[in-house]
Design a protein around this ligand. Sequence first.
Ligand SMILES: C[S@@+](CC[C@H](N)C(=O)[O-])C[C@H]1O[C@@H](n2cnc3c(N)ncnc32)[C@H](O)[C@@H]1O
Length: 280
Amino acid sequence: MNGVFFVSNFSAQHLLIHKRLVEQMIDLAKITPRDTVLDIGAGTGAITLPLAAKAANVLAVENDPEYVRKLTNKLKDQTNIRLKQIDFLQLQLPKDPFCVVANIPYSITTPIFAKLLGRPAAVMLQRAVLLIEKGAAKRFTAAPVTDPRILGWRMWYDIRLVRTVSPNHFSPPPRVDSAVVTVSRKIQPAVPPHHHERFFAMAAYGLRDPRLPFDESMAGVFTPPQLARLAKTLKIDRQQSVCLLNERQWGELFLAMLQHVQPHRWPRRSMRKQPKNGRF
Ligand SMILES: C[S@@+](CC[C@H](N)C(=O)[O-])C[C@H]1O[C@@H](n2cnc3c(N)ncnc32)[C@H](O)[C@@H]1O
């Protein structure tokens, strides 16, 4: 390993030591003096302090008391940074629109995304630039989308993998490659945000086996003539795997369900795994 000491660090305290990367992340987030910005896992302030120079307000969240103590000392002359010692997953998010720029704790990547992107009608996230594990970045941006939760995020947010970041940008270096991802709220989503729960229920049902042909996957919701008409409207082959639908096609399918299918046939969100044959 060329003498580099790689650390698997349980609380994910891999601090950023590359100033240029911090600047690049803040530039990508297009932070303006009107923005409220969250730094999730502020550590010793590698992102917090440069962010405060661009934003109206920064809310820095950190759960390690030792880092909070160190950062509090650094923030003495800062008037636009609020530092909160709390587990981010317990934080009440701002009610007004906000952005995020952060090098997040990788161990809670999916819960962080779910908190930020999973309730688009209630959570006013506008843009985020996040440093995350490269494997997660690839999963969240992959096509086709086979995971209903990721599809749910991508109906309301564009998620892009911008660049890979090698372990030597951190101290101590993590074992894995990282990536910068940008997240931006869609201006004209295919489905209004207040339908998120209902959309997710349909996506979870439709993607219970992502390789199923479109026809078979949706047979519990639409009648055969409706499926034939939908395949024409969506310009798809009825035999193609349902996971090949793009976000726009999923949106059209959902709106068609609201308009033409009796509510008792709409899939319900279930905590139990859907049965293999998809009937419910
Ligand atoms: C990858 S480090 C980033 C630190 C700093 N932002 C930087 O870039 O140098 C992640 C930080 O998140 C903190 N952290 C871990 N779990 C957390 C949680 N549940 N809530 C808030 N902070 C957390 C860790 O203590 C650590 O400081």
